[in-house]
Design a protein around this ligand. Sequence first.
Ligand SMILES: Nc1nc2c(ncn2[C@@H]2O[C@H](COP(=O)(O)OP(=O)(O)OP(=O)(O)O)[C@@H](O)[C@H]2O)c(=O)[nH]1
Ligand SMILES: [Mg+2]
Length: 455
Amino acid sequence: MRPPTIFALSSGAPPAGVAVVRLSGPDAGPLLEKMIGKMPVPRMATRAHLKNIDNGNPSAHISGERIDDALVLWFPAPNSFTGEDVVEFHLHGGRAVIAALGDVLSAQANVGMAEPGEFTRRAFENGKLDLTQAEGIGDLVHAETEAQRRQALRQTDGALGELYENWRMGLLRSLAYMEADIDFSDDEDLPDNLVEQVRPELVRIQGEIEAHLADNHRGERLRDGIYVAILGPPNAGKSSLFNELAKRDAAIVSPQAGTTRDVIEVHLDLGGYPVVVADTAGLRRTADQIEDEGVKRALQRAEQADLKIIVLDGADAQGPDAATTRLIDEDCFVVLNKSDTGEISAAMKAVSDTARSISVKTGEGVKPLLDDLGAEVARRFGLQAAPGLTRVRHREALQACLLSLNRFIENKSEIPPELAAEDIRLAARALGVITGRVDVESLLDVVFRDFCIGK
Ligand SMILES: Nc1nc2c(ncn2[C@@H]2O[C@H](COP(=O)(O)OP(=O)(O)OP(=O)(O)O)[C@@H](O)[C@H]2O)c(=O)[nH]1
Ligand SMILES: [Mg+2]
């Protein structure tokens, strides 16, 4: 059993100018009163001397001793983040100050440290937000780029939950019709064959869910990072370009062919988009086992990548070999490097109409390449007017929903209406799992596991 009243440091790692400790649960109010000797006006910042509580225990802190000169905020239930009585202590952000308050609070009966995500979990359990909003808060806390922040904030606002809830309501309406049909099939006042009547609405929802799923994993990519792989033959300058993107010497560069043997990653903020760029081993046949493993990994990366940058030595008269040529498709930027060393060979010119000439050495063409890469990322993964799918969890539930919905729609009238109705019920349930409208107890640990303490 979790203690009814929980607390945690909700701000960043100490020492800091200010530390915010949150306390939530039925004992929050009485404890605050004991510590500052009065109840502050709700939701008004109040300066107060925090004092140790005398609870009869001989503790390290002398009863009544001052802990800090602090600011306190009192949010009585239900108008608080968790929906419970909540106190926020704004302390001086030193480790000892935070520890002293923690000692006082944990010495009280029925008060304990919060687990990761527990405040948000209580907010969910008290109906303050649905599961997609709770997940949005987790994403907002972890957002590192502009686009991630916008997407998370929109989800926190409830836009995504609303979309799923509207579909679920549509299904439940149809279900109600169906059930009326089943219960009162002898009643002459009801129109015939309600199954056929609800079909258009269900087909509409089916179409909308399909369109929502066919989104190129846009929202998930935005959350997790867009994968860009740098690929090509040895010595073309892949690692040189990679270092240029990373703005540091992240990979070894050398005139020796076969320098890079592993996949090396850097995380970039490209115009607000989270991009994971990978440098890879040069593609060639080799007797060297380690390098050969590197080539395998490079090809794997090529498959997983959302976008590829194929780097070639523009002056190479041979042109790219088959392994590299095979990778060129519509997800590629073909780059002819080393433009400083001479003319582009005829074989390289023939590789692609959209190939561009650059020189990592002189910097020529590098900035335009980056700009175009950023523009392409924005075009493919940018925010749309409609809220996007952001998690595998949602995708799986939507697929389960579609499965049941498709079964219903494909069924002809010979299926007993009771069975047909069950498919709608299952479809609605799958949607309810996303927002947490149906019993999802088993799921909560998974959802809140990735939160930090104090959130
Ligand atoms: N002249 C010239 N040399 C370059 C340019 N870009 C890279 N180089 C040189 O080309 C050589 C190979 O560069 P790397 O970046 O290590 O090439 P790579 O494609 O990563 O090679 P592997 O890791 O062996 O597959 C190094 O000596 C670089 O200094 C360029 O634009 N112009
Ligand atoms: Mg390299």
